[in-house]
Design a protein around this ligand. Structure first.
Ligand code: SAM
Length: 253
């Protein structure tokens, strides 16, 4: 493509092959020619987040850094939980959050809860583009305090409690990033089911690193939608290595 463009410059005698000045012109014309493309990549990958992820090694890290600065929050790091059946704090990569929320397509009538929201990265980020009412539940006091601090200029509410004690009666969407073990997942689903008996409605579920999605599959009131493979998100490590990045479900009405 660039060669065709450069040949035109030669044709119109704007450059003469071999001439030192022409070499400089060639260098700058190449820069000018490719610069919009470069800007487009920056715009699409870091602002619009399209089309793919994980092409460049370390991109996920850079993307996380970019959004931490932009949102002026600190949600990185790991923290073990005291809960017997709970799993440690670790934030969802920003790249994945955007895709998950786009896929869930929530409206202003939806109420989403992030179960085990930790320092609330998911909520801080999605609050910028998601129309739904957002809530967080976190058992760890310190993490919940950090979440509240990170969300202090927003309408997002965080409750410091166990997910199995939360009131699901108004919830229409749930986000989980592998926050707890099988027993707690079962208890949470039971609580959700009870709320559906009282108030039947569609509840969308996005489960990142879905270690216990066989449990969801065993429930006849839940409908499976799809699972994204970790091949789509090569820098999103799931443990154990089951190869599933996110699974999507909804309740049958
Ligand atoms: C993997 S982190 C997910 C963080 C956040 N959702 C995100 O995507 O960035 C799991 C979180 O769940 C919390 N957690 C574990 N068991 C819990 C429970 N039973 N109730 C509420 N929070 C719990 C942990 O303290 C931890 O912060």
């Amino acid at each position: 493509m660039f060669n065709a463009f450069y040949n035109r410059l030669v044709k119109y005698k704007l450059v003469v092959c071999g001439d030192p000045l022409s070499k400089i012109i060639k260098f700058f014309s190449k820069t000018i020619y490719y610069f919009p493309g470069f800007l487009r990549i920056i715009y699409s990958r870091y602002i619009m987040r399209w089309p793919t992820v994980g092409v460049f090694p370390g991109e996920l890290y850079l993307h996380d850094k970019f959004w931490e600065r932009r949102l002026k929050v600190s949600t990185t790091g790991l923290k073990d939980t005291e809960l017997h059946d709970g799993l440690r704090y670790e934030a969802t990569p920003y790249l994945l959050i955007r895709d998950i929320f786009d896929r869930m397509a929530l409206t202003e009538d939806d109420v989403l809860v992030d179960l085990g929201c930790g320092k609330a990265r998911t909520l801080c980020f999605s609050e910028r583009f998601c129309k739904a009412k957002l809530l967080g539940v976190e058992y760890d006091n310190k993490l919940a305090d950090t979440a509240k601090e990170n969300l202090k200029n927003t309408a997002v509410e965080v409750s410091c409690m166990k997910a199995q004690d939360f009131d699901y009666s108004k919830i229409t969407a749930i986000y989980l990033y592998n926050p707890f073990g099988e027993k707690t997942v079962a208890a949470v689903l039971e609580k959700l089911h009870q709320s559906l008996i009282d108030n039947p409605r569609k509840v969308k579920i996005a489960y990142a690193n879905p270690v216990h999605d066989d449990l969801l599959a065993s429930l006849d009131w839940l409908e499976f939608e799809e699972t994204w493979s970790t091949k789509q998100y090569p820098h999103f490590y799931v443990f154990p290595r089951h190869g599933r990045a996110v699974s999507f479900w909804h309740t049958k009405i």
